[in-house]
Design a protein around this ligand. Structure first.
Ligand SMILES: O=C(O)CCC(=O)C(=O)O
Length: 273
C-alpha cells in the first residue's frame, strides 16, 4: 500500500492517522483467527483490562503467539506502511495485544502511552489498531494530537479509582524518572483530542508514545474485539526505565541501555528499503 506524502507528513506531525480499507476480507479473517487464538490461549500477561472491573479482557506479548502472528503480519501491508513513515527503515514485529470489551457498559481505557511501559526508546515505533466491529466516533479510541513529540509520562496503572495513578514507583536515585500523567479527561478542553470512526478493514496507525485512551462500549457498540500489532525500526534501543523491560521480562533482560533492540524474539518483517 503506497502512501501519499500528505499521509506520511500527517503521521509524523500528528502521530496518528486512520488508513481506510487496508485489510481485505481474507486478511481480516486471518487477523480475527489470530485474535481468537489469543483468547483461547491466554499467556502469562493475560488479565481483565481494568483491575477489579468485569467485562473486559486483554492479553499481550504471549511467548507462544509468535508462530500464530508471524504469517499474519508477513501477509499484511502494515510493515510496509511503517517503513514509509520511517523513511525506509527495516521493520521488526514487536508484539501483539488483544482487547475484548464484552458488554455494553465497559468504561474507557485510561489515557496512557505504550512506550512508557517499556525500557525501549526510539522514533521508529508504531501500533496498528484493528477492530473487528464498526466503531462509531463516540466509542472510538482517542489520541492527543502530536503527543508523541512531547513528554513521556509515568503511565497509568489502570486503577479504576484514579486512572492517572502511575505505574512505576520512583526510585531513590530517580533513574528513569518520568513525570506524573496529567488528568486529561478532567481537562479535555486543554488538549487537542482526535478520534476516528472506523469500519472493519480500516486501521488506525499511531506512534506508541502517543497519549491515547477511550473506546468505552455502549448500546450502539455493545462489544468490541480489537487487535493491536506493534512494530519497531532501526533507531530503537534499550533505555533506562523505572521498570523492567516490560512486557518482555527475562526474554531480553541481557540487553543493556543503549543496545540496539535486536533479539531472536523479534521477527524481522522487512529489510531496509
Ligand atoms: O482498544 C483499547 O481500548 C486500547 C488500545 C490501546 O491502548 C492500544 O492499542 O495501545
Amino acid at each position: 500500500m503506497q502512501l501519499d506524502e500528505d499521509t506520511i507528513d500527517q503521521f509524523r506531525h500528528d502521530g496518528v492517522v486512520v488508513l481506510r480499507d487496508v485489510l481485505d476480507t481474507g486478511r481480516m479473517q486471518a487477523a480475527f483467527e489470530a485474535w481468537q487464538w489469543s483468547l483461547d490461549h491466554p499467556g502469562p500477561l493475560a488479565s481483565g483490562l481494568i483491575p477489579g472491573s468485569d467485562g473486559a479482557f486483554q492479553d499481550l506479548c504471549n511467548p507462544e503467539a509468535a508462530t500464530v502472528y508471524e504469517p499474519c503480519v508477513r501477509n499484511m501491508p502494515l510493515a510496509w506502511i511503517a517503513q514509509q513513515f520511517w523513511g525506509g527503515s527495516a521493520v521488526w514485529f514487536l508484539y501483539e495485544q488483544v482487547f475484548h470489551k464484552q458488554s455494553a457498559d465497559v468504561g474507557r481505557t485510561p489515557w496512557h502511552q505504550d512506550t512508557s511501559y517499556w525500557s525501549i526508546r526510539g522514533s521508529n515505533l508504531i501500533g496498528f489498531w484493528v477492530s473487528f466491529e464498526a466503531i462509531p466516533k463516540q466509542a472510538a479510541l482517542e489520541f492527543v494530537r502530536g503527543s508523541h513529540r512531547g513528554l513521556l509520562f509515568n503511565t497509568s496503572r489502570f486503577d479504576p479509582k484514579d486512572p492517572t495513578l502511575p505505574i512505576f514507583e520512583v526510585g531513590a536515585d530517580h533513574t528513569g524518572y518520568l513525570p506524573p500523567l496529567p488528568d486529561i479527561d478532567a481537562n479535555r478542553e486543554q488538549y487537542d483530542i482526535v478520534s476516528f470512526a472506523t469500519e472493519p478493514g480500516d486501521v488506525i496507525a499511531f506512534h506508541t508514545s502517543m497519549l491515547h485512551g477511550g473506546g468505552a462500549t455502549d448500546g450502539v457498540t455493545p462489544e468490541r474485539r480489537t487487535l493491536t500489532l506493534r512494530f519497531f525500526g532501526e533507531d530503537c534501543c534499550m533505555a533506562h526505565s523505572p521498570g523492567p523491560p516490560a512486557p518482555f521480562g527475562k526474554d531480553i533482560g541481557h540487553l543493556k541501555p543503549g543496545d540496539p533492540l535486536r533479539h531472536d524474539r523479534f521477527v524481522k518483517v522487512l529489510d531496509s528499503a
